[in-house]
Design a protein around this ligand. Structure first.
Ligand SMILES: NC(=O)c1ccc[n+]([C@@H]2O[C@H](COP(=O)([O-])OP(=O)(O)OC[C@H]3O[C@@H](n4cnc5c(N)ncnc54)[C@H](OP(=O)(O)O)[C@@H]3O)[C@@H](O)[C@H]2O)c1
Length: 187
């Protein structure tokens, strides 16, 4: 990160913070001294993540809900007035054969793994940019934009792709790379 702010002033938002990688990430930032906003749909796992970590604050929000990303940005702004790191960790994976995929299964995954991280990053970008110079530099923003265009916007038309090779790989690659690039840009 570019911040000269002391770790104790930094604010980190982690989605999917109630379980697994998100829980470990939230606790790791809290142990380092940052304020951590732990985001997820269910309150109980978030409360568990925060147990014993007074710097972790649970924020139960569905990131795919209409207005969810804006709600998170507003809450962070009103509570802390800054955001130094956004960890777009929340995700759902429903693996299986092509035959078992339904429109609903596809929609949930795309909404959670791709659309929500984009909208949440968009909603929190003003906070990230003004967090004492910690936010994205123009070069870092260019990395994220360039990646999105290269991997999501300029991919082959889905109809011309043979399942499961490119279509599946591209979709998975797309959202994973987006999160990785976003994280890399914020660090
Ligand atoms: N574990 C692996 O080997 C692996 C490998 C590759 C990629 N990943 C990715 O890494 C991330 C974390 O993996 P994990 O194994 O730790 O996953 P996990 O334990 O299943 O955690 C996913 C978290 O996302 C939250 N979540 C899901 N939908 C949400 C929504 N709409 N709004 C807010 N929160 C939501 C869930 O909490 P609620 O249900 O309470 O909302 C849950 O805490 C995921 O994105 C996963 O796809 C994991």
């Amino acid at each position: 990160m570019n911040s000269t702010a002391p770790q104790s002033d930094r604010v980190v938002a982690v989605t999917g913070a109630g379980t697994g990688i998100g829980q470990a990430t939230a606790r790791a930032f809290a142990v380092e001294g940052a304020h951590v906003v732990a985001i997820g749909r269910r309150s109980e796992p978030l409360t568990e993540t925060a147990a014993g970590h007074h710097r972790i604050t649970p924020l139960p929000v569905d990131i795919t809900a209409e207005g969810g990303p804006e709600q998170i940005a507003r809450w962070v702004s009103e509570t802390f007035g800054r955001l130094d790191v956004l960890v777009n960790n929340a995700g759902v994976v429903r693996s299986g054969t092509l035959g078992m995929l339904t429109r609903r299964l596809i929609a949930v995954q795309v909404a959670t793994n791709l659309v929500a991280p984009i909208l949440l990053t968009q909603a929190t970008l003003p906070l990230l940019e003004t967090a004492g110079g910690v936010g994205l530099t123009p070069e870092q923003m260019a990395v994220v934009r360039e990646w999105q265009l290269a991997h999501c916007g300029r991919g082959p038309p889905i109809a011309s792709v043979r399942w499961p090779d490119r279509a599946h790989q591209d979709q998975v690659h797309c959202h994973r790379q987006f999160r990785t690039s976003t994280l890399a840009a914020f660090h």
